[in-house]
Write a protein that binds this ligand. Structure first.
Ligand code: GLC
Ligand code: MG
Length: 423
């Protein structure tokens, strides 16, 4: 978050399962990819992405390996009981302290064990400040009431949340997705970085609190659970800042960005002619996102096999531009693009996808831009990632000229050498 010197234009705070990630209807993750390219092209630079999930940190990391997920600026896990920042996920220690106030996991375990209606969830879903169970929907209300009283008598201050028609979480009273968001907003405000707009996105019971935070926009995705929709009907249906989207999952988030006019919501993936899509302002991030999108389409054989495309890419390179391959080999960038020309359609029907993450541009000297990003490539289940740095010079009438591209294998990459890697 430190990179932002002024208030973020938009902060998206989104749940993951069945909100960002569609587990039922989108095996190719197309909606997620549509959102990702829009975020990187139009928002990453001056906005904040926050994931707020019921998953524990290890289960979040597992999801990250399974889906083409972006790296959030802030990750709130275990139903708002843990907060961490940045790519390296630095824990918020002050939040840990708040979570331990009038909380004792041992007492929670002891009291909950007296309820035969509660079935403990797997070990990997338990955390120091989150004790999670399954329960029959019809028993949830009664058990919540009794358990709450028992724990109060034992001197604890807790909160019980019912989600997805079957999950019951016991958390510290100060925890939960809503409290975690309020804490984050306060922290940003104190730093003079209160977002201009905040959009919360969710689908189930543990997301309810997000929609109670003052002044935020909210989207309940189309496939929202009964418990969230019921809460909305009883408590918030007159709030024009909250919508129930007509699109599923992340499609609903794109819909809300448009509905509330929070910024552009046409994903680069929905643009058919990438070469026509020119920006008025200098936006090196746009240039990079569009290039790798073209690269995906070229190798999938989804654009015409036409020399003019390759010629146009070469024309935007400086004649002496250098490409440093992740193997360390140096080549001419123009030769590299010529080589790409030979790979038209080689990944057809191979479940090939390319996406960019953490695309950040800085102007180093007047007219010279450095863009840093992670470039991911997936074929079937095999993924690779290169940390990529692109240097551009901005020339009048010519727009941005590619001067240098350097790649190194990312730590997160499953493969760290591949002689077939093109760029
Ligand atoms: C996620 C968590 C689970 C929790 C549920 C509801 O599915 O994995 O432990 O009970 O969210 O918050
Ligand atoms: Mg969810």
């Amino acid at each position: 978050m430190e990179r932002l010197t002024s208030p973020p234009r938009l902060m998206i705070v989104s749940d993951l399962d069945d909100t960002m990630v569609d587990h039922h209807n989108d095996p190719e993750n197309l909606s997620l990819l549509r959102f990702s390219s829009l975020w990187e092209e139009a928002f990453r630079q001056d906005s904040l992405l926050v994931f707020s999930t019921g998953r524990t940190l290890p289960m979040y990391k597992k999801l990250r390996k399974e889906r083409p997920m972006l790296t959030p600026d802030v990750i709130i896990t275990s139903v708002g009981t843990e907060i961490a920042y940045g790519k390296s996920m630095v824990t918020d220690d002050s939040w840990v302290e708040i979570m331990n106030h009038k909380w004792d996991r041992g007492i929670v375990e002891e009291e909950t064990s007296k309820f035969p209606e509660l079935t403990l969830q797997r070990d990997c879903d338990q955390r120091p400040n989150k004790v999670s169970f399954f329960i029959d929907k019809s028993k949830a209300q009664q058990v919540t009431k009794e358990l709450y009283q028992r724990l109060e008598k034992r001197g604890l201050e807790i909160k019980i949340i019912f989600s997805g028609g079957k999950a019951l979480d016991v958390l510290p009273k100060g925890g939960g997705k809503g409290q975690a968001l309020a804490y984050l907003l306060n922290k940003l405000k104190a730093e003079g970085r209160l977002p201009v707009n905040t959009l919360v996105c969710g689908d189930s019971g543990n997301d309810t609190e997000l929609f109670t935070i003052p002044n935020v926009y909210g989207v309940m995705v189309r496939n929202s659970q009964e418990e969230l929709l019921e809460w909305y009907a009883e408590n918030a249906k007159d709030n024009a800042k909250i919508i129930h989207a007509s699109e599923r999952c992340v499609g609903g988030i794109l819909e809300a960005i448009g509905h509330f006019e929070l910024g552009p919501n046409l994903s680069p993936r929905d643009v058919s002619d990438l070469f026509e899509c020119k920006e008025d302002n200098v936006n090196p991030g746009h240039e990079v996102v569009m290039f790798f999108l073209f690269y995906e389409r070229w190798r999938r054989g989804e654009v015409e096999n036409c020399d003019a495309y390759i010629a146009s890419l070469k024309a935007s390179c400086h004649p002496a531009a250098v490409f440093v391959h992740p193997s360390g080999a140096e080549k001419s960038l123009i030769d590299t693009i010529d080589e790409l020309g030979k790979y038209h359609g080689d990944k057809k029907d191979k479940k090939f996808r390319v996406w960019t993450d953490q695309v950040l541009a800085t102007e180093t000297t007047h007219g010279t831009w450095m863009v840093k990003l992670d470039k991911w490539e997936q074929t079937g289940n095999e993924r690779k990632c290169c940390t990529t740095t692109v240097r551009f010079i901005s020339k009048e009438n010519e727009g941005l000229v590619w001067e240098n591209v350097q790649q190194t294998w990312s730590e997160e990459s499953e493969m760290k050498n591949d002689s077939n890697w093109i760029i």
